[in-house]
Design a protein around this ligand. Structure first.
Ligand SMILES: [Zn+2]
Length: 191
């Protein structure tokens, strides 16, 4: 499967989910037995931890289909980048989807500049550049910044990882930013 075929699969699954007619594929005991031998996911999804945006459900995918990395605000740091490299280079998924979403709490915190406790500033600080890029772009600064953050994160993957860059240059890997709308359940491709 190449990156375009993988993307088509994900978009078809998202249409089924958005229309309320999911297939819930690849969940049977036979599937589990087959997949216990190895994995060949069709995509890496790097998304937000928000409980309303579970990649396997919104793309109507089963076990073994998606290699998922989630952090609040899909923040790229050493462990998230290493996990993405593992899925896209060593497990050889042909596609990476960077998935932002509407009304993201991490983006909202960066937009409002609210004081945050504990380790949370690590997340909001990581979104600040996207907020700057999005100012004046739309009346809805939070969703505009979430789209900008997905685009910047997708771009940063090849900037920060020579392993990913080599696979993209070889035509073996596609990277696409995307945006999930909570109300409609639809995934919009960015770029
Ligand atoms: Zn979020």
């Amino acid at each position: 499967m190449d990156s375009q075929e993988a993307l088509n699969c994900l978009l078809e699954g998202n249409s089924r989910f958005a229309e309320g007619e999911p297939n819930h594929p690849t969940l049977s005991p036979e599937d589990r037995a087959q997949l216990s031998k190895n994995q060949a996911p069709r995509a890496v999804v790097f998304g937000c931890s928000d409980s309303r945006v579970p990649p396997e459900l919104i793309f109507d995918s089963g076990i073994g289909d998606l290699f998922v990395i989630r952090t609040a605000g899909h923040v790229l740091q050493e462990t998230s980048l290493a996990s993405i490299e593992f899925g896209a280079v060593y497990v050889r998924a042909p596609l990476i989807v960077v998935l932002g979403h509407s009304r993201c709490g991490a983006v909202t915190a960066a937009v409002t500049g609210q004081d945050l406790d504990g380790h949370l500033p690590t997340v909001s600080d990581a979104v600040l550049l996207a907020v700057e890029n999005a100012r004046g772009e739309s009346d809805d600064i939070v969703d505009a910044a979430a789209r900008a953050h997905a685009r910047l994160t997708a771009h940063a993957l090849t900037q920060q990882s020579s392993l990913l860059r080599e696979r993209v240059d070889d035509g073996a890997l596609g990277i696409i930013p995307a945006f999930y709308e909570l109300e409609t359940g639809r995934v919009e491709l960015l770029d």
